[in-house]
Design a protein around this ligand. Structure first.
Ligand code: C2O
Ligand code: CU
Length: 469
């Protein structure tokens, strides 16, 4: 019931579509500059309704001097001309997303991290031809968490994402709200979507990307690091505890090692959730690695600082500015215990599948072939998947499930990876082992994918397909 919701911002459902009040963060009209204020995508309530999402050619004011041609996801609410609205979903409710393709080229619409059947997963087989639409019916059956949606047309995902197609999904769970009432949940007020992406621009303002070009082992690396489509924006935040839902939506850039995410002053922060939901308890750190496709939710306390900068290495990508007069944030607190995450089991003798990611963009010696189903996975059975990077770095993503990491590089799994994951950094040196159990079906017409989430690697063939029955 609506009474249990803590999200301040409730979007448009059913008949009210388009008349939504967006609370503290009014939608920014398309093509207007944000004056380097962080753009907070509007939050759209998709629970138990059908939401139309138009996939369009747009323009966005990313650079001072000129408009940039982009792609964007649009609902009845205005957008930045880049990215898409944040879609609110809820456990045990159904969200139907009707994607309408006005791009003029083929696309698909995939919900990354959602446990839905192959038919509704939006993978490469689920084509949406120009001028056509497709409805994904999402019966939400998983914990509260932060996910995302993006196109997945085989061979063309990198280009469509870099042009602007990506948006966040927030799943909420009334039981989680009851058991952890003090987590920050006021969207755009103390709970912020943070989409990190890198792009290079041509002098005419267009995004520099050549889909024909091989970007090689490292994939596409842009010169600018954007947050929610803005270069080095700033955002007012209240004093006290705030929450950032961070997505590395970059095509291929890792924020890792010397480029791990951190804050100015080496400010301590707490990781509270990995890709698939809350960790068992907050993990304290001063830096956090994140690979393409991964999400982490973090909390930090603004009480000691007027301003904190989110950093990649020594580059400031977002300034958080404490605003003393805004919002009574005293209810927001960091809990000591978060969720019940199963302990990683030791199943070392039970390896059932091995995936070798090679520099020639193959997995187990094969490139993605739309006609070939590479694996058949039994429904509801736990398997150990062992992934090798063979000398190079990748991120490995599996559709249709969240998994647990049980072995990273033959040593300790970092604490922030001891939660539900669906995408994981493969260091290239030693294998990573994950426990996979798929509870959703997928057939030959709409199989699930496993692939490298460096989009240039994926587009060049580092992907495979599996059915589940
Ligand atoms: Cu984020 Cu197969 O995708
Ligand atoms: Cu790769």
């Amino acid at each position: 019931s609506l009474g249990s919701l803590s999200l301040i911002v409730l979007g448009c459902g059913g008949k009210n579509k388009g008349k939504t009040s967006i609370g503290a963060n009014p939608p920014i009209p398309k093509n207007l500059t944000t004056n380097n204020k962080l753009f907070v995508p509007p939050l759209i309530d998709t629970r138990n309704t059908t939401t139309d999402i138009w996939i369009r050619n747009s323009e966005a004011n990313i650079l001072d001097s000129t408009l940039t041609n982009t792609y964007s996801y649009n609902t009845a609410v205005d957008s930045l001309g880049l990215l898409g609205p944040t879609l609110l979903m809820e456990r045990n409710m159904t969200s139907s997303l009707n994607f309408i393709n006005e791009l003029g080229v083929e696309t698909t619409a995939h919900q990354h991290g959602l446990h839905v059947s192959g038919m509704n997963d939006g993978g490469p087989q689920s084509r949406i031809l120009p001028g056509k639409s497709r409805t994904n019916v999402l019966e939400i059956d998983q914990p509260a968490g932060t996910h995302w949606y993006h196109p997945h047309p085989h061979g063309n995902t990198g280009e469509q994402v870099i042009k602007g197609l990506a948006g966040l999904i927030i799943i909420q769970d009334p039981e989680e709200i009851n058991s952890l009432p003090n987590l920050p949940r006021s969207y755009g007020v103390n709970d912020f979507p943070i989409i990190i992406q890198d792009k290079s621009f041509n002098t005419d303002g267009s995004i520099q990307y050549d889909a024909q070009k091989s970007y090689g082992k490292r994939g596409y690396l842009g010169d600018s690091i954007l947050v929610n489509g803005q270069i080095q924006p700033d955002v007012s935040v209240p004093l006290g505890w705030i929450r950032l839902r961070i997505l590395n939506g970059s095509n291929a850039r890792f924020y890792e090692r010397g480029d791990s995410l951190s804050f100015s002053n080496q400010q301590q922060f707490y990781v509270i959730a990995s890709d698939g939901g809350l960790l068992s308890e907050p993990v304290s750190t001063t830096s956090l690695p994140i690979g393409p496709g991964e999400r982490y939710e973090i909390m930090l306390n603004m009480n000691q600082n007027q301003q904190l900068d989110l950093m990649v290495g020594n580059r400031n990508i977002l300034s958080l500015v404490a605003d003393l007069n805004t919002y009574d944030n005293s209810q927001a607190l960091l809990p000591t215990v978060l969720a019940n995450v199963p302990k990683a089991l030791n199943q070392k003798n039970n390896v059932t599948r091995t995936f070798k990611l090679s520099e020639n963009m193959t997995i187990n010696g094969k490139k993605m072939n739309m006609q070939v189903i590479d694996e058949q996975v039994p429904l509801g059975i736990t398997e150990v998947w062992r992934i090798f990077g063979k000398g190079a770095r990748h991120t490995f993503h599996v559709h249709g499930c969240s998994f647990l990491v049980i072995n990273r590089d033959n040593s300790e799994v970092p604490l922030w990876e001891k939660g539900w994951k669906d995408t994981i950094i493969i260091s290239g040196k030693r294998p990573v082992e994950i426990l996979v159990k798929i509870n959703k079906t997928a057939d030959r017409t709409a199989p699930f994918m496993y692939h490298c989430h460096m989009l240039e690697h994926e587009d060049m063939g580092m992907m495979g397909q599996f059915t589940v029955a």
